[in-house]
Design a protein around this ligand. Structure first.
Ligand SMILES: C[S@@+](CC[C@H](N)C(=O)[O-])C[C@H]1O[C@@H](n2cnc3c(N)ncnc32)[C@H](O)[C@@H]1O
Length: 486
């Protein structure tokens, strides 16, 4: 990995706008992968730690910019390569005339590309540059008599080379679900309810994105196969199902490494607002919300530049003083359920107690099942679903739904909603019902935990099972805390 990080830094240093503090370096642990540490001196509040230029980030704008090198029909002012005969001549000088991307990227219309979400465009582009380009270029070596042979290699190769392997990124429940051969599929049935809801939501998004990009990939594979026949060659080419597995890996890479950044062309949907930033993406997460690193995007002023702006990381208020101390970024106020689903890890429970919660919606909703009037009332008042409890309290939504269930007193519950009656009036009344609901969850989750602790782990990535165990233990901790106080 050291050599790969060296190459990454050489690539980043090609840009005069790249800056990195000489006080930091990368370390690696089996549990957290790569992370950034203090290697000498001290880092002080507000000190700039890393600045990554716009040109070296992967996002909706930079991808379109790079595709437009090979597809001259793509023309978006301020985003793609400005078209003029002179300019075209200049950048074409730097490209290999036999580069297969001239063919493949020309198959993509501007209308299609702009219609894609950030996830769809980036996963299609990364699949092309990282996985397919080596196949495309193997039969397309340059004319040996050409004096200016340019190697056919992705600009982003040094970035791809430092990304985690499939094995390192195997602890994503949605991937256990979407990968038909996943070893970890059995874990899905042991997940707490809140985690199941989220992995199903993500699986669904993955399937939607795959459906959008799959036809492009299939047509490219057809072309690769017919080219192979025409050229009388016999190389093993990827199939569409090979590309599906690669897509799942790329999906986890994007999901676990993207950083919030406004993407002007796609700002209508917040899910499109992200950028992938080399080196910054080595920063691991801390559940401590304040004091650690501060990210920012300095938007580009020049219309002709590539990308959305320089990404900067500054030192937070606590600073870093101890040698080898890890430098962290807070990814957000995330529960362990969210962290597992979106990033494939969990934080030891005590450190994440403030953000964890238990979702008891399926029990509450099934108790309400035969009461259409109550359901209608809750829906009309926007209190239907998402019934949760955290360590110290039960959510207001839960209090409303349980109070209605127990008292059946619509008028008083309305007053509770309006803040005219205190929670204290209802809390003793719902106690018994809540106790019985939580006891049922406790029995189920304790059985799940016992099974996972009892049976030996035979799979390659032991963290997958350990993460589920931590998640269940965290859920039981919240449930027990409530049961003890009842
Ligand atoms: C943005 S990357 C950070 C760099 C990453 N460790 C690597 O090796 O490239 C996010 C990923 O790092 C790991 N990670 C981040 N924070 C972690 C933490 N506190 N505990 C365990 N793993 C963590 C998870 O695999 C997560 O998906």
């Amino acid at each position: 990995m050291e050599t790969k990080i060296g190459k990454l830094l050489t690539w980043l240093n090609e840009s005069p706008s790249f800056n990195i503090s000489s006080k930091i370096g990368i370390h690696e642990t089996p549990h957290t992968g790569r992370g950034v540490i203090l290697t000498n001196d001290k880092l002080h509040r507000n000190e700039v730690i890393i600045s990554v230029p716009s040109t070296h980030q992967l996002n909706f704008h930079t991808v379109l910019y790079h595709i437009s090198k090979y597809n001259t029909d793509i023309n978006l002012l301020g985003i793609t390569i400005p078209r003029s005969t002179e300019n075209d001549k200049n950048y074409l000088k730097d490209l290999n005339r036999n580069d297969p991307r001239f063919f493949y990227y020309s198959q993509l219309s501007q209308e299609f590309l702009v219609s894609l979400s950030s996830f769809q465009l980036l996963s299609l582009y990364i699949l092309s540059e990282w996985i397919l380009l080596p196949y495309w270029s193997q039969n397309n070596s340059s004319d040996e008599y050409e004096s200016d042979i340019k190697p056919i290699q992705s600009f982003w190769q040094p970035f791809f080379d430092v990304w985690p392997t499939k094995l390192e990124l195997s602890s994503f429940p949605a991937i256990w679900d979407c990968d038909p051969d996943s070893y970890y599929k059995y874990l899905l049935e042991y997940l707490p309810f809140e985690t199941s809801i989220n992995y199903k939501r993500i699986s669904n998004l993955i399937q939607i994105d795959w459906k959008v990009i799959q036809p492009v990939l299939s047509s490219w594979i057809d072309h690769m196969n017919s080219q192979q026949i025409n050229n009388g060659l016999n190389c093993v080419l990827p199939t569409i199902s090979d590309l599906y597995y690669q897509f799942l890996h790329i999906y986890t890479i994007i999901n676990s490494r993207c950083l919030y950044a406004e993407v002007p062309l796609k700002s209508d949907d917040v899910k499109n607002n992200f950028t992938l930033v080399p080196y910054v993406d080595f920063l691991n997460h801390t559940s401590k919300a304040d004091g650690h690193c501060i990210p920012s995007l300095n938007k580009l002023k020049k219309v002709k530049s590539c990308g959305i702006g320089e990404f900067q990381i500054r030192c937070g208020s606590m600073g870093y003083k101890m040698l080898k101390e890890e430098i962290f970024l807070n990814y957000g106020a995330h529960s362990n359920d969210f962290l597992l689903n979106e990033y494939g890890f969990v934080i030891s429970d005590d450190k994440n107690l403030d953000w964890n919660f238990v979702n008891i919606s399926n029990s509450v909703e099934s108790l309400l099942e035969n009461n259409s009037k109550m359901i209608k009332f809750l829906k009309e008042n926007d209190y239907w679903g998402e019934y949760t409890i955290n360590y110290d309290s039960i959510s207001y939504r839960t209090l409303i739904a349980l109070s209605l269930l127990v008292t059946k007193d619509v008028r008083r519950v309305e007053k509770l909603m309006q803040g005219l009656i205190s929670e204290e009036f209802f809390l003793p009344k719902i106690n018994l019902l809540l106790k019985s609901i939580l006891t049922n969850y406790k029995t189920k989750y304790t059985n799940n935990l016992d099974y996972l602790l009892r049976t030996p782990i035979i799979e390659e990535n032991t963290f997958c099972r350990q993460n589920v165990i931590s998640l269940i233990k965290g859920t039981l901790k919240i449930i027990d805390h409530h049961l003890e106080s009842m």
